[in-house]
Design a protein around this ligand. Structure first.
Ligand code: AMP
Ligand code: ZN
Length: 139
């Protein structure tokens, strides 16, 4: 797709620090790492976000993210991994070509996902859980 920075990386019009490539996906270092070793896994075909991305690509992206996670544990000696993925600007997406962040985590690093989620977690009544479950249930 024209004017998509990740399509340009796929097409080698702009450089990247590539760590993996196959027929469906590409993985490379994030240019502005939020932690050391921050990697992005993307489909080689342009999809804007999770709403459009074909399941064949999603499957491969998750499999590759797992392999990268295992490698990170081995060679970076990290204690954990977060997978992060944003869809839509309201959710913090800034590049509108689907991508999955693979974030190696170390004790005391600057990311505070878990603390942040814990802080805003809301207590719900049984009826509220049931209403939401019924709204979101997929056949
Ligand atoms: P998001 O905010 O979830 O859409 O993430 C977009 C990510 O793409 C950010 O973490 C950017 O640092 C990263 N990024 C943008 N341009 C490039 C690039 N040319 N090479 C590598 N990573 C990039
Ligand atoms: Zn693209």
């Amino acid at each position: 797709m024209d004017n998509c920075v990740f399509c340009k990386i796929v097409n080698k019009e702009i450089p990247s620090y590539k760590i993996y490539e196959d027929d469906l996906v590409l993985a490379f270092l994030d240019i502005n790492p939020v932690v050391s070793g921050h990697v992005l896994v993307i489909p080689k075909k342009h999809f804007e976000s999770i709403f459009e991305t074909e399941e064949e690509y999603l499957k491969r992206i998750v499999i590759v993210a797992r392999r990268i996670s295992i490698k990170m544990k081995e060679v970076l000696g990290v204690e954990g991994i977060n997978l992060y993925q944003a869809n839509g600007s309201v959710a913090g997406q800034t590049v509108f070509h689907f991508h999955l962040h693979v974030l190696p985590r170390r004790a005391g690093d600057s990311l505070d996902f878990v603390k942040w989620m814990g802080k805003i977690a809301k207590k719900l009544e049984k009826e509220e859980f049931e209403e939401m479950r019924d709204k979101l249930a997929i056949n």
